[in-house]
Ligand binder design. Structure first.
Ligand SMILES: Cc1cc2nc3c(=O)[nH]c(=O)nc-3n(C[C@H](O)[C@H](O)[C@H](O)COP(=O)(O)OP(=O)(O)OC[C@H]3O[C@@H](n4cnc5c(N)ncnc54)[C@H](O)[C@@H]3O)c2cc1C
Length: 385
């Protein structure tokens, strides 16, 4: 049992571990090899009500706290980072509606997200606007009771899989980040299509796609909040979802560590198990310490965000701790998985063992939802402002 967790949180951990072991782990290597979207994972989440975790009870969900959600993501990422991001992105896509949507929008979409009948996605990044979100180019122009969307989004997780997209576009190009607005776009909206599907280094079963908007008309009721709320909504969403990516990173690192611990006890060289060599023991000690420190920072961040962020307010602490948790966990995942490959030697480099997949999967945690450099900027600013 982890220090400080409730019995209920431990129960969710066990439930997630069971799903991970029975429904996800057996096909993780195959999904990585084929790069095909794992619908069996979606089915498992639907059957076990896992999509409902973060949807509030009044909209048919389980309404668990952020830490419990992170524990579930962590447990799944131990066996498969693709499956973990499929869960975390549901939260990323639905949060703009939960945080800024009207009661009508919440009633229309949240129950479907909770049951898994609707799959969500979050479309912020553009070809010319990655880290620099305020330089978005995609336009949304109001015409009567519609907004007309024109532009392109890139690297969108669940692109082509999702039913409902939270999309960010410029409604006032003079107002910089205050001119960005958020919209709900349903998959069959005329003028909306899927472009290039990316062939990736890791999380290969997660579909990452370009979204194309050509005179795509969305009803004014699909504006989330007011015109100009988009940037704030995107940032508030990321503050609450970065812990999910941190949880994915901690899980990947733990999965690789557990595999390495087993391996050093089975493999013999120089007439002894690898575990007998102090050089490797020191590596394992460093890995374990890094993982545990990343986990504790994540759990602190998740608890703090849960306590401070109930009413959707912006807090410098939320900002800081979400960024710290993601930064530290992502760097830990990269280091630990690289060391796990090293500990397995040549066997670490081949696909018969999962650590090479875990090392490739770990890399994305340093990049999406804000790169490690961007997290450092957020952390530093939280002290300087
Ligand atoms: C697999 C995958 C899934 C993704 N899923 C989504 C999604 O679902 N929705 C979505 O909207 N986006 C998504 N993204 C986009 C992702 O969030 C961006 O790729 C990321 O924010 C970085 O933007 P960029 O790729 O344009 O890099 P750039 O912004 O061009 O950065 C390039 C390099 O410069 C560094 N850099 C940039 N600015 C600074 C600075 N001021 N100081 C120091 N260094 C800096 C960066 O850290 C990076 O190392 C996804 C990306 C990938 C690869």
């Amino acid at each position: 049992m982890q220090f400080g967790l409730t019995q209920e949180q431990e129960m969710f951990r066990q439930m997630a571990a069971d799903v991970a072991k029975t429904a996800i782990a057996p096909k993780a290597a195959e999904v990585d090899q084929t790069g095909e979207f794992p619908w069996h994972v979606v089915d498992a989440y639907r059957q076990q009500d896992i999509y409902s975790l973060t949807v509030p009870e009044e909209y048919g969900g389980a309404g668990v706290d952020l830490l419990t959600f992170c524990i579930v993501v962590e447990e799944i990422a131990k066996v498969d980072a693709t499956a973990a991001i499929i869960l975390a992105v549901q939260e990323l896509g639905l949060l703009p509606i939960l945080l800024g949507g009207s009661e009508e929008q919440k009633r229309k979409y949240l129950p479907g997200f909770g049951s898994g009948e609707l799959i969500a996605a979050f479309g912020l990044t553009e070809p010319e606007a990655g880290s620099d979100v305020s330089s978005l180019k995609m336009k949304a122009v109001r015409k009567g009771d519609k907004y007309v969307l024109n532009g392109t989004k890139v690297f969108i997780t669940n692109g082509g899989i999702a039913d409902v997209y939270s999309i960010f576009a410029v409604t006032d190009s003079e107002a910089k980040h205050r001119g960005i607005s958020a919209f709900i776009v349903e998959k069959d909206t005329p003028g909306f299509s899927i472009g290039k599907i990316e062939d990736k280094m890791g999380i290969r079963g997660s579909q990452t796609a370009e979204l194309i908007f050509e005179n795509c008309e969305v009803p004014v009721e699909n504006l989330i909040g007011q015109e100009g709320d988009g940037f704030k909504l995107a940032m508030m969403t990321l503050d609450r979802t970065r812990p999910g990516v941190a949880a994915q990173a901690v899980g990947i690192a733990q999965g690789a560590f557990d595999y390495a611990v087993q391996y050093v006890q089975d493999r013999k060289q120089f007439g002894k198990p690898l575990a007998a060599f102090q050089g490797l023991q020191f590596m394992l000690a460093d890995m374990a310490t890094q993982i545990e420190s990343a986990r504790q920072l994540l759990y602190k961040a998740a608890s703090l965000i849960e306590a401070e962020g109930k009413d959707g307010k912006i807090s410098p602490y939320i900002n800081r701790y979400a960024a710290m948790a993601k930064l530290h966990a992502a760097e830990t995942a990269m280091k630990v998985t690289t060391d796990a490959v090293q500990i397995l030697g040549g066997y670490g480099y081949i696909k018969d063992h999962p650590v090479e997949r875990m090392m490739r999967d770990a890399k994305i945690t340093q990049i999406y939802e804000g790169t490690s450099q961007i997290q450092k900027i957020v952390i530093a600013r939280s002290y300087l402002d």
